[in-house]
Design a protein around this ligand. Sequence first.
Ligand code: 5GP
Ligand code: MG
Ligand code: MG
Length: 180
Amino acid sequence: MTDRNYVIDQMISAKEIAARVEALAGEINAEFHDSGQLIVVGLLRGSFVFIADLVRELDLPVEVDFLEASSYGDAMESSREVRILKDLRGAIEGRDVLIVEDIVDTGFTLSHVRGLLESRQPARLKTIALLDKPTRREVEITADWTGFEIPDEFVVGYGIDYAQRDRNLPFIGKVRFTGE
Ligand code: 5GP
Ligand code: MG
Ligand code: MG
């Protein structure tokens, strides 16, 4: 819970997101067109809206699985130590895998999860992030596909929360604190 007052200024509209998701899906369809079955791995919870929209634009045989890694909790700073809270249900050895992340910030989360899944020897392992804050990076990693590069602002909406709120907003907005 948060007791600070804030407003949300829209940064990326629902329409802009939909157009970008469609374009990204086109590239993923091309990359994996020869794939027997693509396992799309959503990182909980922030990616749940993005993955829902993305998979509906894929015309490939797709499986969906989820993994939850600890990150911010309810704070606004990265914990830097990444723990797996919920692992995949299925095995990925010899399979094609796409990791779907909401935001790459310091890079610790995606880098850790990527390393973990790589160690399970998938046939192909790719990553996609809806948002990227390149100026915040502490670990050298870039997703294979990125929706939008954004400045160092705390954002919510389209699955992404502030203290568990605002995930249901259809757009991406930045949090602006007002008064006390
Ligand atoms: P990283 O390990 O790259 O520092 O952090 C990645 C995670 O931090 C993201 O998956 C996301 O959950 C969280 N995060 C980074 N920036 C923001 C933000 O602006 N808003 C929210 N709600 N979470 C963020
Ligand atoms: Mg996340
Ligand atoms: Mg969060």
